[in-house]
Design a protein around this ligand. Structure first.
Ligand code: FEO
Ligand code: CA
Ligand code: CA
Ligand code: CA
Length: 662
């Protein structure tokens, strides 16, 4: 969610500042004292130390690729960059086609009712594609790159864009009327996820509504709590005295697909759905404060007691988890895997380490919060899918500490170790996981500038951390890993795990890129000089690595006058002399954010998710006033007078076929 837009439109009623109020008041050092004198980290890592690190981590094939790029000194991406800008439509590089595959309201089943925005019902919505598509994953069927399951998260809802008759304008600002129970039920049905079979026919992707795996998951779907927190007193409610059965999932942002082909949905800004006050002196008060609960942006508590803290004080402890869905079994109960901790999870991208353990990288998207990884106890078994299905219930969760000298440590969040003891209020591992953030505080983790996607790259052995921005970091709070005060445009960190081992508990890191307009010296952006005026971006959020190991970055928050551009998908070189060169491949319509992105295994399709299109447009000369159902800044993607703007997933392919950007 774009923070400045949500603030502008819903100053009091919607998720204000959803992606990062900053609830970390711990006194961890920000390393502010120890920087300033050191030499450039990039030069440091290009020295001898870096050479040995690279040699140890990179496969011979990857080394060849890197060497080739280095020798040539040119971008690894071949396409003609598009022009940055703002208008009502999307744009893709010449020679490519960006086709709408799934829009809000589209049929997911053979019997799905047709989408009628003026007569929408919850019963229809639960059979249709949900709102605000975010994470996009692809699970091949029979190993095919042209036939598989598309899994898509639906992060949140925008009532002012979805429902007619809800908005009045006062003093040039949107005022939203109260939601009815049917509105709320539609919102709940528009949240969650979609699993749908898709197939490429004659070069074009099609949805298969008859697909036997097709499924909608919503905020009313029953889920199971598994792992160390299951059954703990702190997750018991009047509706669930066992502390193991939760109704629904909330604010599913990014996610992942595991090596064993399950679908991961990360619960991010769950705090916004809760209202009401805890009973006086309640033992969860400090815990909830650390997570910003309640925020009260949604009106669900008016109709469902479980979102009211006064009535169900333990309910918020049942959200903020990583959810795993067995997409191959439509009757399966999604599992909230508590071993991976409770944060405002951005996503959970994974990789199989050399020793067979599986490593998940996790960002906690809030100002001054942390980067995590989870290493399974068990090992991946390629020949026995069933044997992998509960790997996420046992393992070690680590939080990152980035040192000033370019080294880093992964600190284990294990009950009984270090400060994570009963003396500090952790009676068990369940307490450590329910209060993951406080455990990280006590371990001295590094406070980051809003960690979004954290992406391992199996080709070059690195891990990329998207840090979207943090305008509240003061000059005295800067540190080596978060080097800019009032960081409006974010940056990207590249991690190299020691010994090339993704399970390592230490590593090296450097800043790949400080984002923003490099032509404005005060911004301090560090794109390569080959980057054009179209090629720079701010606010890195989601990212993908294609099968050649190339990095693609999607952004959230460029939509304003200052940047002169919408969000989009940028190709970012990481190797050789072209390192930190960025090129604009695709951009979204006005008001939207770029989510996904995801490449099929053959690199011939890039799926991108256009989230909250038309949410804004005040700053754009083509509209210049608030955007809402009756007066939209764009009617993308249908451009029909009787159809509102609709979030959608697009499939980008090369015209005539072939790998993207090759
Ligand atoms: Fe939902 Fe952190 O973006
Ligand atoms: Ca974001
Ligand atoms: Ca988002
Ligand atoms: Ca995101």
């Amino acid at each position: 969610m774009t923070e400045h837009l949500s603030q502008k439109i819903f100053p009091t009623t919607q998720l204000e500042d959803a992606d990062g109020e900053g609830h970390n008041s711990s006194i961890n050092p920000t390393m502010g004292e120890i920087i300033g004198k050191r030499f450039s980290r990039r030069n440091f890592l290009q020295g001898s130390l870096a050479v040995s690190a690279i040699a140890a981590t990179v496969s011979p094939v990857a080394l060849m690729t890197a060497e080739k790029a280095r020798a040539a000194g040119v971008s690894a991406f071949s396409f003609s960059e598009i022009e940055a800008g703002v208008d009502a439509n999307h744009h893709v590089a010449e020679g490519y086609s960006a086709d709408v595959l799934l829009r809000w309201g589209d049929a997911i089943f053979a019997d799905s009712p047709a989408f009628d925005p003026t007569r929408q019902t919850a019963a229809a919505q639960v059979r249709q594609f949900g709102y605000n598509n975010d994470y996009v994953g692809y699970i091949p069927l029979e190993g095919s790159a042209e036939h598989g399951l598309l899994v898509v998260n639906h992060e949140y809802t925008n009532p002012h864009l979805m429902f007619p008759g809800l908005v009045t304008i006062a003093d040039g600002k949107i005022k939203q009327g109260p939601l009815s129970k049917e509105h709320v039920d539609i919102e709940m049905a528009a949240h969650g996820g979609t699993i749908v079979e898709i197939r490429k026919v004659d070069g074009k992707w099609r949805v298969v509504p008859e697909g036997r795996y097709n499924r909608r998951i919503t905020s009313a779907t029953e889920m199971q709590l598994t792992g160390p927190v299951a059954g703990n007193d702190r997750v018991k409610t009047s509706a669930d005295p066992t502390g193991t059965r939760v109704i629904g999932t909330l604010n599913n942002c990014a996610g992942g697909v595991t090596p064993w082909g399950t679908y991961i949905m990360a619960e991010e800004n769950f705090h916004g759905y809760f209202s009401g006050e805890l009973p006086a002196g309640h033992k969860e008060a400090a815990n909830y404060k650390r997570y910003g609960v309640p925020e009260g942006g949604y009106e669900w508590a008016n109709f469902y007691d479980r979102y009211d803290l006064a009535k169900e004080p333990n309910e918020p402890n049942r959200f903020g988890w990583i959810v795993e869905v067995d997409a191959m079994d439509p009757a399966s109960t999604p599992k909230k895997r508590t071993a991976l901790g409770r944060t405002k999870h951005e996503g959970a991208e994974s990789i199989i380490a050399e020793n067979g353990k599986v490593v998940f990288y996790l960002g906690d998207d809030e100002r001054f919060d942390y980067v995590y990884k989870f290493v399974t106890d068990g090992t991946y078994n390629a020949d026995d899918r069933a044997a992998n299905l509960n790997l996420l219930d046992a393992g070690t969760l680590y939080v990152a500490k980035f040192e000033e000298d370019g080294s880093m440590q992964w600190l284990p969040l294990v009950h009984g170790q270090g400060p994570l003891t009963a003396e500090n209020g952790f009676a068990s591992q369940a307490d450590v996981l329910i209060e993951t953030r406080r455990a990280g505080d006590l371990l001295g983790a590094t406070k980051m500038d809003r960690p979004e996607d954290v992406q391992p790259n199996g080709v070059n052995g690195k891990v990329y951390v998207m840090l979207t921005n943090n305008t509240r970091r003061k000059a005295e709070q800067v540190d080596a890993a978060n080097p800019r005060a009032e960081n409006a445009f974010g940056h990207i960190i590249e991690i190299t795990e020691d010994g090339g081992d993704f399970t390592a508990t230490s590593g090296k890191w450097e800043v790949l890129l400080k984002c923003g307009d490099p032509s404005v010296a005060a911004v301090g952006a560090t794109f390569s000089t080959e980057t054009t005026k179209n090629g720079w971006f701010g606010m890195p959020d989601n990212c993908a690595v294609d099968s050649a190991g190339r990095l693609w970055v999607a952004t959230d928050g460029n939509n304003n006058k200052a940047t002169g551009r919408t969000d989009g998908l940028w190709a970012v070189d990481t190797e050789g002399d072209a390192r930190a060169t960025s090129k604009l491949f695709f951009r979204v319509p006005v008001g939207a954010e770029m989510c996904g992105p995801l490449f099929t295994p053959d690199d011939e399709t890039a799926f991108v998710a256009v989230q909250h299109p038309g949410d804004g447009g005040d700053d754009w000369e083509g509209h210049g006033r608030p955007s809402y159902y009756e007066d939209l800044s764009t009617r993308w993607p249908d451009f029909k007078d009787d159809m509102p703007v609709r979030p959608a997933v697009l499939a980008i392919t090369k015209i005539g076929g072939g790998k993207i950007a090759v």
